[in-house]
Design a protein around this ligand. Structure first.
Ligand code: ADP
Ligand code: MG
Length: 643
């Protein structure tokens, strides 16, 4: 998993909308624990140092969609300002003209804190309009609130659809430590899972047992597993409904070759109470009415030995009732073992984090995951919507300018030269497609530039009696190695069929050329419910006989033909849906990797005003631009959309 992080973007003179977790405990109008505010400061300071102004947003408590003094961010604004050493303005609301004006007036280096996001139910409903309004407050979105990343809320997920989105340092660190545990941990990898319930930990057990070498099951949930193994467990915690689950988990772990460590001995009590007398039980089984409250010394020794030689360790869930001092030894010794381990050590989960803090060992482990629910869901292998929104598209944005039958050769050269200068330092890959007669001069003008020069069409033969036509050999002779095929105008005006286009595709590939293959539906087709059928046919027939390997040479361009020049518009959501559909067809025809890697440009009137939102979409990887490609003034903002 690779995220877009704040290290990747330019923040100078940018307004940044940043989601933080300032949901801190407050008593009598004062913040009683400012850990979370402090934790966000490195990201905040970094953005300010890089020249941004900040619109900071968070939720506080559960105001359930109602404005109230009780849940105001006012005490937090004060504490935040003190810790930051900078004035923090507090907006009177999240929405409204007054807030909009405060946002508009915000100058470089200034910080504005919005009121509680959950004053509006739209926040947790992930309402589109609410998300759009939040997005309208800035040029860039940063998320540094890992604790809410498992929720698809307007400020954690929705907003990312409308702005370039980046992870702050906190989220970056969480993913850096958690992700390898599930994908590629350093081995030996030991997972230590405890806590009270099998039911709440079974998914994480199953997820971690896919990558770990050893799994330790402790805490209250261990007794259900011991019971399955035929031991008496006295009056210890038991989840009758989970006996089968526990049994099948143990069988699966065995099948996978994962070593399972269950308690070998216990510290018990006659009653579940803080002042109960600890009774040592030196066996896995517990007789009579005793309650297992903690793991015993033999179990501790076994865990310590495993952890000692581990290259990575994750710990979630206490080994006993650590809140009671007499029964906290097992949890404490496990925390110490992690602290002394030379490998990568990660602690996650509300109570486990509380435990490691209680023992003063938090700074002795590699990473303390502060997410609670988010950490658990991550370790369960679930997709966190707030994290997914920040994932780097591995496809590089590709912006193509189709000049169509415009610009004379001399005008084309002039534009090409200006563009060559203007796009320097842009991240996107850039292409221009002049008319045939302009190609030689434009190729010459761009010979020192990274801009690709493409032809708008070619014939399906290498040479022969085809008056007025141009063959791929002629293009290649000029140094033109890229060609647009199947453009909607070629299809509509010159009647090019899928069959002919496929012939051209195969010929261009045989000549080693790169292709931008255009597809798209007309208004009648769309309104007749034929969208899927048309796109499927165009993909299947256009790419017929193309190999998996050759797909690396092909870019697709989806043009909603019906929306071009008709006044009707395709929404970015419509566009992304169509792209997702095309991607699924590519997957069907080739495989998942090809589908993941194929660049799909959008050819529906992309312009400066909508490019950012379009490129933020999951499945849109660039643009095939028509009219807006004919001047630097119009084309540059599209190419440099992320600047
Ligand atoms: P985390 O928050 O770290 O994920 P859990 O919430 O799953 O952990 O479990 C923590 C709780 O489990 C603690 O309150 C602890 O007292 C309880 N617990 C641990 N061992 C036992 C036990 N043997 N019997 C009863 N409760 C236990
Ligand atoms: Mg808990």
């Amino acid at each position: 998993m690779v995220l877009n992080t704040i290290r990747d973007a330019n923040f100078d003179n940018k307004k940044v909308v940043i989601r933080v977790d300032f949901n801190v405990p407050i008593k009598e109008g004062k913040v009683t624990d400012n850990t979370r505010i402090k934790a966000a400061l490195p990201t905040i300071k970094y953005l300010l140092e890089k020249g941004a102004s900040l619109v900071v947003m968070s939720h506080r408590g559960r105001p359930n969609g109602k404005k109230s003094e009780e849940f105001s961010m006012a005490p937090i604004a004060k504490e935040f300002s003190t810790l930051l050493g900078l004035e923090v303005k507090l907006a009177p609301d999240v929405l409204g003209p007054e807030v909009a004006k405060m946002v508009k007036d915000l100058k470089k280096g200034q910080v504005l804190l919005l009121e509680n996001l959950r004053f509006y139910i739209e926040e947790t409903d992930n309402d589109v309009e609410y998300a759009k309004t939040l997005a309208s407050y800035g040029d860039i979105y940063v998320n540094d609130a890992f604790g809410t990343a498992h929720r698809a809320h307007a400020s954690t997920e929705g907003i990312a659809h409308y702005l370039p989105s980046y992870a702050g340092f906190l989220i970056e660190k969480e993913v850096k430590f958690l992700d390898p545990l599930l994908s590629n941990p350093e081995k030996p990898f030991v997972a230590i899972i405890g806590g009270s319930k099998v039911s709440s930990k079974i998914t994480v057990l199953e997820s971690l047992s896919k990558t770990c070498n050893t799994i330790v099951i402790g805490g209250g949930m261990a007794y259900t597993f011991l019971k399955v193994q035929g031991y008496n467990i006295g009056k210890s915690l038991l989840e009758e409904d989970y006996l089968d689950t526990a049994k099948s988990f143990l069988a699966k772990a065995k099948e996978r070759g994962v070593k399972v460590i269950l308690p070998l001995d216990h510290v018990c009590a006659a009653t579940f109470a803080e002042d109960a007398t600890p009774i040592a039980v030196d066996a896995p089984g517990i007789e009579g009415d005793l309650i297992g409250m903690d793991i015993g010394p033999k179990t501790i020794a076994a865990i310590v030995a495993e952890v000692k030689s581990a290259k990575s360790v994750v710990w979630n869930g206490p080994m006993g009732v650590f809140e009671f001092d007499a029964f906290s030894e097992g949890t404490k010794k496990v925390a110490l073992a992690l602290a002394e381990c030379k490998g990568i050590t990660v602690v996650g989960g509300g109570d486990s984090v509380a435990a490691i803090n209680k023992f003063g060992l938090a700074d002795k482990v590699s990473h303390v995951s502060t997410g609670g629910g988010a950490s658990l869901e991550f370790l369960e292998g679930k997709t966190l919507p707030g994290i997914k929104a920040l994932e780097k598209k591995m496809r590089r944005i590709y912006i193509a300018g189709n000049w169509k039958m415009n610009l004379t050769p001399s005008e084309g050269v002039k534009l090409a030269k200006e563009l060559a200068e203007a796009v320097k330092g842009c991240n996107a890959k850039v292409m221009v497609a002049p008319n045939y007669v302009s190609l030689p001069a434009v190729v010459e003008a761009l010979k020192d530039s990274d801009i690709i020069v493409a032809a708008q069409n070619m014939n399906d033969h290498l040479s022969g009696a085809f008056t007025g036509e141009v063959s791929p050999l002629m293009l290649k002779d000029l140094g033109v190695n890229t060609v647009i095929l199947g453009h909607s105008e070629r299809r509509a005006i010159y009647g090019e069929s899928n069959e002919l286009i496929n012939k051209k595709v195969l010929l261009a590939l045989a000549e080693g050329m790169d292709i931008v293959l255009c597809i798209g539906e007309t208004l009648e087709e769309r309104e007749g419910g034929k969208l899927e059928e048309v796109l499927t046919t165009q993909v299947n027939e256009g790419l017929k006989s193309v190999t998996v390997k050759q797909m690396a040479k092909i870019t697709l361009a989806y043009e909603p033909v019906w929306a071009i020049g008709t006044g009707k518009t395709a929404s970015p959501e419509d566009a992304d849906d169509a792209h997702a559909l095309v991607r699924s067809k590519i997957e069907k025809l080739f495989n998942k990797t090809v589908a993941e890697e194929t660049i799909i440009q959008y050819g529906g009137s992309v312009k400066a005003a909508n490019v950012k939102e379009l490129m933020a979409k999951e499945n849109i990887d660039g643009a095939l631009v028509g009219g807006a490609a004919l001047s630097v003034a119009n084309f540059l903002p599209i190419v440099a959309f992320d600047k």
